[in-house]
Design a protein around this ligand. Structure first.
Ligand code: BGC
Length: 759
């Protein structure tokens, strides 16, 4: 977004009528610089000159107002709060809002900011548009299972299109926190455990939200969050300490942020955690050092909710003013909810505890964001109630949500029970998640509504019409161990030709502050599954959940299991599509599924250790009570057809340290149905000066194959794929042997070797 072209569209602005004139005239008076005055009412073409001229007119209080982001007013806090908020806007004490939305409301407040505050600086409206706004898509972990950046980008695109219709300018997404910690509830909000997949999808989401022009009325400014290592919370307890090395930070947690910044993300959010004793809201080394200096990020950095105030609880600030000073010194530009910048920092500037230049720098970034969004050009661009309606939950948006949901489903196991035939007479649908609308939405569901959703029961009924009799019972509750309904479930199973179980977690068991110490199916669901499976009918289970679950016991009872996450408004239709074979599943796990919680952390790209695990050898790195391997590996996912891999070829036996290696592999559909396969490429640096993971994902491609068809898939490996940080933390490719692995999951056995020659 640097070096933007001069702003276009002044002519359009002329045609917009009086409101525009009021704005431009007001700004023109304020911006008395001759160059700008000469261009009235044409929007200023030079971002820097515009921002500097405006900054020069601002009082310290107005500057701090721009850095203040209170929570929503007017949506749900009532008239009194609204009136108070309006006065704050008039006085220039609010720069942006968290959660205020709706074309009518946002525009009414915008008008106050533009026409009644001294400088007329427009407001910025931010909100958590995470996996859809009204048309809810699968939760991000589910979207990641598609391994389909194009589809993921499209989902973000539609979310932006809908949300912008409601006056929102700015989303607090994508959440790109890598996590190897399934106890942590927020693992549902990210792309899983892998930095490469996480980086590809982070960039896709940024492109989807922001499009190629932030000034359009259907794009949103994206926020990469939470910077950084939030997913490394000790014990999986949200907000907890992340005590990790700089190497792990750089190799695992930082890459998706860097990818998102490279993709043009205009905003970043700080995380609640500390790293090595320094809370992220005061972490100048990472914010100013890595993010801004190393990566050249010139966008705006927003605190997390009360993150600035929490510096006091962290114990590094004794007063609110100290917390504000620490935040601004670290480069946290916007104070979300604490109201510390606007209330407590002016005195600190006046008595010399904080140099005014810190405030100015942050204000520049906020004004730049508003400028880049085109708000100085036309602050009323999003003010269209008709458009709001026209964009909401359209058939096209729903179709995209169904397509995304289908690709997010992962077939974990199948003995041939799935797909079910539509020719059976009676189907028993059993389980507490078969008809729970909330579970379609998952958490962070924007403006999603229960009544918009298609549950699995509804989707199945729609798919079979009156050809199959569908009988349904919950059987048990999600929590609490309720077993009285199991007898009824068994009765229905006995009457049926096939059984579908819908098990998993309530959506409120994952997301923020929803951590678990067990990964088992909660309540009496396992008992329900066992009782129903014993009936002996063809039985499959569909799981809805926001984290990896330990489902070893379920696997023993049920031979076909489909992972559906929380699949969005069209989830029930998508599940029916897969269950009856109208869509061949192709999702892959973006995160390892442990056998039990005691294995955590467990992830595919681990180090080898000096005593790599071998079950038959005692003094190796393993357990005495369960195998060291996971229940399902990263990248796992079956299909209704089968894929065979062959002919893994490298273009050259040897390349230079700056060279590129071409890799090709042939994949064949050796089964009876057409299907998609996600071909995965992993790399290992066999011997290096620093220990390297046993393998790391460095490429994937989704290919569609007819029965019997083969395709050759090509990958290029270059510096980014072969390098690592050496002892001096310099990124290098070291000469020596490398191994590549290709296949359908992270245990891919097909391998080939090449050398990197010394320069
Ligand atoms: C969450 C953020 C979110 C913010 C605003 C916080 O509690 O950590 O992810 O963007 O609230 O809703």
């Amino acid at each position: 977004m640097k070096n933007r072209a001069p702003l276009r569209a002044p002519l359009r602005a002329f045609r917009r009528g009086p409101a525009k004139w009021v704005l431009t005239a007001a700004l023109a008076t304020v911006l008395a610089g001759p160059a700008l005055a000469a261009r009235q009412p044409t929007p200023p073409a030079n971002e820097k000159a515009f921002v500097e001229a405006l900054l020069a007119k601002m009082t310290l209080e107005e500057k701090l107002g721009q850095l203040n982001q209170p929570p929503a007013i007017g949506n749900d806090t009532g008239a009194a709060a609204q009136a108070g908020g309006e006065d704050e806007i008039r006085r220039g004490e609010i720069g942006s809002f968290l959660g205020t939305q709706g074309a009518e409301l946002t525009c009414r407040l915008q008008k106050i900011a533009v026409e009644e505050s001294r400088l007329g600086i427009p407001l910025l409206y931010g909100y958590d548009v995470i996996h859809g706004y009204r048309t809810i898509f699968p939760v991000p972990l589910g979207e990641a299972a598609s391994f389909d950046p194009v589809e993921v980008q499209n989902a973000a695109r539609i979310a932006a299109y809908e949300a912008a219709g409601y006056g929102i300018h700015w989303t607090y997404a994508p959440m790109v926190d890598i996590s190897r910690e399934p106890r942590w509830g927020r693992i549902v909000e990210g792309a899983g455990e892998d930095p490469y997949l996480g980086s590809v999808l982070a960039a896709a989401r940024v492109h989807g939200f922001q499009g190629d022009d932030l000034r359009r009325d259907d794009t949103l400014m994206a926020t990469v969050k939470h910077f950084v290592a939030y997913g490394a919370a000790e014990g999986g307890r949200d907000y907890n300490v992340a005590d990790i090395s700089e190497r792990t930070l750089r190799e695992i947690y930082l890459p998706p942020f860097e990818a998102a910044v490279k993709a043009g993300a205009q905003s970043v959010m700080a995380s609640f955690n500390e790293i090595g004793g320094v809370p992220m809201h005061a972490n100048a080394d990472l914010i100013e050092g890595v993010l801004r200096k190393e990566w050249g990020f010139d966008g705006v950095l927003v605190s997390d909710y009360t993150g600035v105030e929490e510096l006091m609880k962290h114990g590094i600030a004794g007063t609110k003013a100290d917390a504000g000073v620490a935040g601004l010194k670290a480069g946290v530009d916007i104070d979300m909810v604490s109201r510390i910048y606007v209330r407590d920092v002016a005195a600190a500037v006046r008595d010399g505890r904080l140099k005014q230049s810190y405030v100015d720098e942050s204000v520049r970034r906020v004004l730049r964001a508003k400028y880049r969004l085109g708000l100085f050009e036309d602050p009323y661009r999003y003010c269209d109630v008709e458009r709001e309606k026209a964009r909401t939950l359209t058939p096209e948006n729903r179709a995209a949500a169904r397509s995304m949901a289908r690709k997010s489903l992962v077939l974990l196991d199948n003995d041939g029970t799935l797909p079910l035939s539509k020719k059976i007479k009676t189907l028993a649908v059993i389980g507490p998640l078969a008809n729970l609308q909330r579970a379609m939405l998952g958490n962070w569901a924007g403006a999603g509504r229960d009544e918009d959703t298609v549950t699995p029961l509804a989707g199945i009924q729609a798919a079979v019409g009156d050809k199959v009799k569908v009988v349904y019972v919950e059987g048990t509750t999600l929590e609490g161990g309720e077993t009285t309904g199991i007898a009824e479930a068994v009765k229905l199973a006995k009457q049926a030709d096939a059984v579908l179980l819908f098990l998993g977690e309530h959506p409120d068991m994952s997301a923020e502050a929803r951590n678990r110490t067990s990964l088992d199916l909660p309540g009496a669901q396992q008992a329900l599954a066992e009782a129903v499976a014993k009936v002996g009918k063809p039985t499959a289970a569909v799981l809805l959940n926001g984290r990896p679950l330990s489902i070893g016991p379920l696997r023993k009872q049920v031979p076909a299991i489909l992972e559906a996450w929380f699949p969005g408004v069209e989830g029930g239709n998508a599940i029916a599509d897969v269950v009856f074979g109208d869509f061949n599943p192709s999702g892959k796990l973006p995160v390892t599924f442990p056998r039990n919680v005691g294995q955590v952390p467990i992830y595919y790209n681990h180090k080898n250790t000096g005593r790599p695990p071998r079950e038959e050898e005692r003094y190796t790195s393993k357990y005495i009570d369960v195998p060291w391997t996971p229940e399902y590996v990263f990248g796992h996912g079956l299909s209704y057809t089968r894929f065979k891999y062959s002919d893994l070829k490298l273009a050259q036996p040897r390349i230079g340290t700056q060279g590129k290696q071409q890799v090709s592999v042939t994949v064949t559909n050796s089964g009876q149905r057409a299907g998609d396969e996600v071909v995965q490429l992993y790399v290992r640096d066999d011997v290096a000066s620093i220990t390297r993971p046993v393998r790391s994902l460095r490429g994937f491609q989704r290919v569609s194959l007819q029965p019997g068809e083969s395709k050759t898939v090509n990958f290029t490996l270059g510096f980014d794929d072969l390098s690592f940080y050496n002892a001096a933390m310099k990124k290098v490719v070291e000469p020596g042997s490398f191994t590549v692995f290709a296949g359908g999951d992270s245990s891919a056995a097909l391998e080939a070797k090449f050398d990197v020659a010394a320069p």
